[in-house]
Ligand binder design. Structure first.
Ligand code: CA
Ligand code: CA
Length: 350
C-alpha cells in the first residue's frame, strides 16, 4: 500500500480503483426501543444481536440519499487517500491507512454451514476486481474527525437511545432502563447511549480513542465513508479480504481458532452474557491495532466489533460464478460481518 498518489494508481492499476473502508459497530447500534424492533431474525441459539436491529423504513438505508451536507473530501483533495501523508503513521490515533486486496477468483460461503439461518451456503465461486481496504476498524478518533468536520449527529443521537449489553452498565444506568428485548433480555435500550457515550450518558471514550467506534448505524457508516472518499465493501469484497487468499478455511488464519493455543481475535470467553473472562487478553472491546493482522494485513477483521458491508441481507445464493456481486437490489437489513467481542464459537459465523 502507501500508493504515492491517485494518478499513479490510475496509470499502474487501471482496474483497481475501488476504495473501501470497514466500519466497526456493535449491533446495539441500531435500535431505539424494543417496540421499534422487528422480530429477531435468529432462529438458532445466538447472542440475540439481530433482536436489536432497526428495520429499514422510509428513507433508511438508501445509499443515494447521503446528503446532509456531507462532502466527499477526496474531491477536494483527490490524492488524499493514496498520499504518503494520508498513509504515513504519524501517531497512534491515525488509523485510516489502506492496503490493496488482490482481485481474482475465490470460494465464498461454505457447503458445511454451522448456522443455516446465516445463509452462508452453498460454497460458490466469486470473481472480483482488486480494491483497497482500510487495515483497521474505524476508531473513535477517526470518527470524531468526521463528526467535527460536518457537525454530524449519528442516528443513535437523533433517536435518543441505543442498545447496550446490560453487563456493561452501571447500577445507576440500569435503574433507568424501562424495557428490554424479550428475545434477548441482556440487550437494553439506554437513553443517551451513543458513540461518545457507549455505556450511557455517564460513560465516555476519552481513554478509548483508539478503540473502534460503536453505536454507528449503516447510514452513519456510509456517510463517514463518503466523507473519507471511500465506500463500504460489498460482502464479497469483505470476505475476499478476510480470507486473505486461503480457500475453504473457517478463519482467516486456518481452521483452528486458537492455533498453538494463541488467540487470534477478540471474542467472548466464559458464559454469555454473564461473564466475559477476557482469556484472549480483552474483556470487552480492544484497540483496533491489537491482535496480529491476517495475511493481507487487516487487523480485527474477525472479532472485536461487527463490520457493516454495502449489501442487503440475503440467505439464498446462486451456486454459479458471480462477478463483482453486489448483493440483492433491496432488503430489510444490511449484512454485517466478522463477529464481535460478544461472539463465541457457538454463536457467530457469517
Ligand atoms: Ca475478548
Ligand atoms: Ca471486526
Amino acid at each position: 500500500m502507501y500508493c504515492a498518489d491517485v494518478e499513479k494508481v490510475i496509470t499502474m492499476k487501471e482496474n483497481k480503483l475501488w476504495f473501501i473502508v470497514y466500519m466497526g459497530l456493535c449491533l446495539f447500534t441500531l435500535c431505539v426501543s424494543s417496540d421499534q424492533c422487528g422480530a429477531p431474525q435468529e432462529s438458532e441459539s445466538t447472542c440475540g444481536c439481530a433482536s436489536t436491529s432497526r428495520k429499514s423504513s422510509g428513507n433508511a438505508f438508501q445509499s443515494d440519499e447521503l446528503g446532509d451536507g456531507i462532502e466527499d473530501i477526496s474531491k477536494e483533495a483527490p490524492n488524499f487517500k493514496y498520499s504518503q501523508d494520508a498513509n504515513a503513521v504519524k501517531d497512534s490515533l491515525q488509523t485510516h491507512q489502506m492496503v490493496e486486496i488482490p482481485g481474482g477468483k475465490f470460494i465464498m460461503g461454505t457447503n458445511n454451514p454451522v448456522f443455516h439461518a446465516d445463509g452462508e451456503h452453498p460454497a460458490r465461486w466469486v470473481e472480483i476486481r482488486a480494491f483497497f481496504m482500510d487495515i483497521y476498524e474505524v476508531t473513535n478518533a477517526e470518527f470524531e474527525r468526521f463528526v467535527k468536520a460536518n457537525s454530524y449527529k449519528t442516528e443513535a443521537e437523533k433517536f435518543g437511545d441505543s442498545f447496550v449489553l446490560d453487563g456493561e452498565l452501571s447500577e445507576a444506568v440500569k435503574a433507568t432502563v424501562e424495557n428490554a428485548v424479550a428475545a434477548a433480555p441482556w440487550w437494553v435500550p439506554v437513553k443517551g447511549a451513543d458513540w461518545k457515550h457507549p455505556e450511557g450518558p455517564n460513560s465516555d471514550i476519552a481513554d478509548r480513542m483508539d478503540h473502534p467506534v460503536v453505536h454507528v448505524s449503516w447510514n452513519d457508516a456510509a456517510k463517514f465513508c463518503k466523507w473519507m472518499g471511500k465506500r463500504l465493501p460489498t460482502e464479497a469484497e469483505w470476505e475476499r479480504a478476510c480470507r486473505a487468499g486461503k480457500q475453504e478455511r473457517l478463519f482467516s488464519w486456518g481452521n483452528k481458532f486458537t492455533p498453538n493455543n494463541v488467540y487470534r481475535a477478540n471474542i467472548w470467553q466464559g458464559s454469555f452474557p454473564e461473564q466475559d473472562t477476557g482469556e484472549d487478553g480483552w474483556a470487552g472491546r480492544c484497540p483496533v491495532t491489537a491482535f496480529p493482522p491476517n495475511g493481507y494485513g487487516l487487523h480485527n477483521i474477525l472479532g472485536n466489533v461487527w463490520e457493516w458491508t454495502a449489501d442487503w441481507w440475503e440467505v439464498s445464493h446462486s451456486p454459479s460464478l458471480q462477478t463483482n456481486p453486489q448483493g440483492p437490489r433491496s432488503g430489510d437489513d444490511k449484512v454485517k460481518k466478522g463477529g464481535s467481542y460478544m461472539c463465541t464459537k457457538e454463536y457467530c459465523y457469517r
